[in-house]
Design a binder for this molecule. Structure first.
Ligand SMILES: Cc1ncc(COP(=O)(O)O)c(C=O)c1O
Length: 414
């Protein structure tokens, strides 16, 4: 190889080597598109909304225990208020291949008659929980507005508010579980869009008089939600007399009343709840809801139950009779500190070592709800009234548990 030619060849080779090396360097420094994508990928934590990451989810009764005698979720232990025949549904006439009626008119016509309102003043949803969420989404601006609740109260108001990035203000009930109207109005700020009143309250079982609702409505220029999930029991206890807050709906534009088929109607499984409100509010709810929110089977079962109310009346009467009997028995038990009054199908009982008693009973087949961590509810168990047999078992296990705690055979637990 000539010298010069060799030098040229070496130089060329070096250039190739340098070029190749720098190509390697460049290739290493600049990631391939796929690698680049991987590196840029965000974690779920980065993707999820901060208020959702911060959320303390609703803890329902069944998250803790779901077997045994279930006296923990304020259901109707006597069962659904429908006759057996509804279970033999005519599948052909149900037309399950078609989407259901988006506005559940057949159910609304029966509800309108039942509660003395117009069909356009009724919203039907997937439980009243759907209505709570919709109302907050409709009326509250995320990151800006607030709802106001009256603790101790139903936990879903707060959870729905937090899901929607809406603040929660509070005006606690008095120790007797009455609405403290002055405190409530003091707690209202320009951000407050809605006030939630629960009547009868959960867990308090105390009703809010309609006069209080009227006064709150008049003094506050936001939406007043009256959650009447248990109102059927309160009405029946007054001999069917008295009014639900539905009586206010025609006159007061900013009142929304929530009711449900989950409690007195004994149909928690079908997930049907109602909101009664001014037609314009119902229109907003219809605009925001999912198109076919209530499924056809639930609609049919609801329609059947509402077509004949005799079983509903009978079951409510049975539950009230059992409630009064059970409360009276408990009042006479030496270990019971207090049995609190009730307008619903459940009540609070104050007992020393309530948490240990609750845990031991649940592990031994009778599940009630420990509410001792709620405001004004220290050492309280919330007991849903069951059938006569269930209540007898509850009493038997409660007595045995208290005895075990007292004689030290059942250890105290946190
Ligand atoms: C006060 C109150 N409101 C609403 C609900 C929810 O009812 P639904 O089953 O209709 O969603 C409950 C359920 O326990 C409740 O206690």
């Amino acid at each position: 190889m000539p010298r010069d030619g060799g030098a040229i060849a070496v130089t060329a080779l070096a250039a190739v080597v340098v070029a190749a090396a720098s190509a390697v360097v460049v290739a290493c420094a600049r990631p391939k598109p796929q690698q680049q994508q991987q590196r840029a990928r965000r974690t779920l934590k980065e993707l999820a909304r901060q208020n959702i990451l911060d959320l303390t989810p609703y803890r329902c009764a069944r998250d803790d225990y779901n077997t045994g005698i279930l006296l923990d979720a304020n259901e109707n232990s006597y069962g659904a208020t429908i006759s057996q025949s509804v279970l033999e549904l005519d599948m052909a006439s149900l037309e399950l291949n078609r989407y259901p009626d988006p506005y559940q008119l057949s159910v609304k016509q029966l509800l309108a008659e039942f509660r003395g309102v117009k069909t356009e003043q009724i919203f039907v949803g997937v439980g009243s929980d759907e209505a709570i969420d919709l109302l907050i989404r409709i009326f509250c601006e995320p990151g800006k507005d607030a709802i106001l609740t009256t603790p101790p109260t139903y936990g879903m108001y707060k959870v729905c508010a937090k899901v929607n990035d809406v603040a929660v203000q509070t005006a606690p009930l008095t120790p007797e579980f009455a609405v403290d109207e002055a405190a409530l109005l003091r707690a209202v700020t320009p951000a407050t869009k809605m006030v939630f009143l629960c009547s009868p309250g959960n867990p308090t079982a105390v009703s809010v008089p309609l006069d209080v609702v009227r006064r709150v409505h008049d003094a506050f220029d936001g939406i007043v939600v009256v959650d009447e999930a248990y109102v059927d029991f309160a009405l029946a206890a007054r001999g069917g007399g008295g009014e639900t807050a539905c009586a206010l709906v025609g006159a007061l534009e900013r009142v929304v009343v929530l009711q449900t088929l989950s409690k007195a109607f004994g149909m928690a499984a079908i997930r049907v709840g109602m909101a009664y409100a001014h037609a314009d509010v119902v229109q907003l709810m219809n605009n925001v809801k999912a198109p076919y929110n209530v499924n056809r089977l639930s609609e049919e079962v609801a329609r059947t139950a509402l077509s004949n109310l005799s079983l509903y009346r009978q079951r409510v009467a049975q539950l009230l009779e059992q409630r009064d009997k059970l409360m009276e028995t408990l009042r006479n038990e030496p270990y019971v500190r207090r049995v609190l009054p009730s307008d619903a199908n459940f009540f609070l009982v104050e007992i020393e070592h309530a948490h240990t008693i609750y845990l031991h009973m649940a592990e031994n087949g009778v599940v009630v709800r420990f509410r001792g961590n709620e405001l004004h509810c220290t050492d309280c168990l919330r007991i849903t009234v069951g059938t006569a047999e269930e209540n007898a078992k509850l009493l038997e296990l409660l007595r045995a548990t208290v005895k075990g705690v007292q004689d030290g055979t059942i250890a105290l637990r946190e």
